[in-house]
Ligand binder design. Structure first.
Ligand code: TYM
Length: 350
């Protein structure tokens, strides 16, 4: 079975972008894969070291995973800091990755802003830890939103350079596998990471501005639907969502140059498990005065049960903590197996 890994940061409001770009895909992938889903608390301290309620935020992400339908018995749900092997491999990857590679990361530039000299070293090395999260399990498939694409390309580069630099060492152990990279046979330790970014909503946009990503940090709460919003709030935000004056087109091409319409159709499609084509077959020619109420009904029908279950789970902290603890134990066993091999490949005495 292919091994799937992904992570979500425990930083504030989980929103519809996180749900459609990531968590909903996590749920669907459970059927045919072996899945590891992580609350990445080590990543959460890169931009802001001190968090008001770190335990509560970690529990909220775990609760969102489970309320959405992730099965923590069949798969693994845990928080990153419980498995120190992530940080250990990240250190090694810091010595594999080049400063020039990190300098190209657009998310670092965005998050560090103008005062780059004052950003944490952790924020700069963030993609290296992300590569370690995935590769410490030698996972291959990574469901994420479109904004993580560049980080996953970097994870591939890190894996490839490690495989290359240690080629002779890997050959001397039994730990490598023969794979094809394009036309070439290579003997590799770390596999190539494959991003899973498909679907109708890989990049959910702000409800106030169709050219801006829906984000936790947007000052306007009306720009996003939070997973903890109640039905009334969801309805209000969709009613107030920016649109243009035209009716919906009947073909996907007709959404070009209409970012707000495109976004709402993508959201509808993702929530209904349909394609945008199918949604437009149904709503093409209709005004937003018809489409918005349908989108409100669908959003509430999908999100309300998740919100309710999240609240219930978050009230029972010992239950959630138990799930995370057990998940951490299982993850640690797997991660340690990789790290033993990595230490041997590098030549550390152990
Ligand atoms: P994070 O916590 O910012 O976001 C979690 C997931 O939600 C997706 N996402 C979106 N998708 C569509 N539209 C949006 N507007 C939107 N906003 C967020 C993100 O792409 C992500 O999939 N670096 C990662 C966490 C991470 C990780 C990993 C992911 C750490 N280690 C290893 C995969 C593999 C992050 O900050 O996600």
């Amino acid at each position: 079975k292919p091994l799937v890994f992904s992570g979500v940061q425990p930083t504030g409001n989980l929103h519809l972008g996180n749900y459609l770009g990531a968590i909903r895909k996590f749920v669907a992938l459970q059927e045919n894969n072996d899945c590891i889903y992580c609350v990445v608390d080590l990543h959460a301290i890169t931009a802001q070291l001190v968090h008001e309620d770190m335990p509560g935020q970690i529990r909220a992400i775990a609760a969102a995973f489970i309320a959405s339908g992730i099965d923590p018995e069949k798969h693994i749900v845990f928080n990153q800091s419980a498995v120190p092997q992530h940080a250990e491999l990240a250190w090694i990857f810091n010595c594999v990755a080049r400063i020039g590679w990190m300098n190209r990361m657009t998310q670092f530039k965005d998050k560090a802003g103008k005062d780059r000299e004052n950003a944490s070293l952790g924020l700069f090395a963030y993609p290296s830890l992300m590569a370690a999260d995935i590769l410490v399990y030698r996972a291959t498939h990574v469901p994420v939103g479109d904004d993580q694409k560049q980080h996953l390309e970097l994870a591939r580069d890190i894996a490839q350079k490690f495989n290359n630099d240690f080629m002779e060492h890997i050959r001397r152990t039994d730990y490598g596998v023969d794979t094809m990279v394009g036309e070439e046979h290579v003997h590799a330790y770390f596999p190539a990471v494959e991003p899973l970014i498909d679907g109708p909503a890989p990049r959910v946009m702000s409800l106030r501005d169709g050219t801006k990503k829906m984000s936790k940090s947007d000052a306007s709460d009306l720009s996003r639907i939070n997973l903890m919003d109640d039905a009334e709030m969801i309805a209000k935000k969709i009613r107030k969502a920016k649109t243009d004056p035209d009716a919906l087109p009947s073909e996907v091409e007709g959404l070009k140059g209409r970012p707000e319409a495109d976004n709402l159709v993508g959201i509808y499609a993702a929530l209904a498990d349909k394609t945008k084509e199918e949604v437009l077959q149904e709503f093409g020619g209709q005004q937003f005065s018809v489409f918005k109420p349908a989108l409100i009904d669908l959003s509430v029908a999908v999100l309300a049960p998740i919100t309710g279950e999240m609240r219930r789970l978050m009230d029972d902290t010992s239950h959630i903590d138990g799930i995370l603890r057990k998940g951490g134990e299982r993850a640690r066993v797997r991660a340690e197996k990789t790290m033993k091999q990595v230490r041997e490949i590098i030549g550390f005495l152990q």
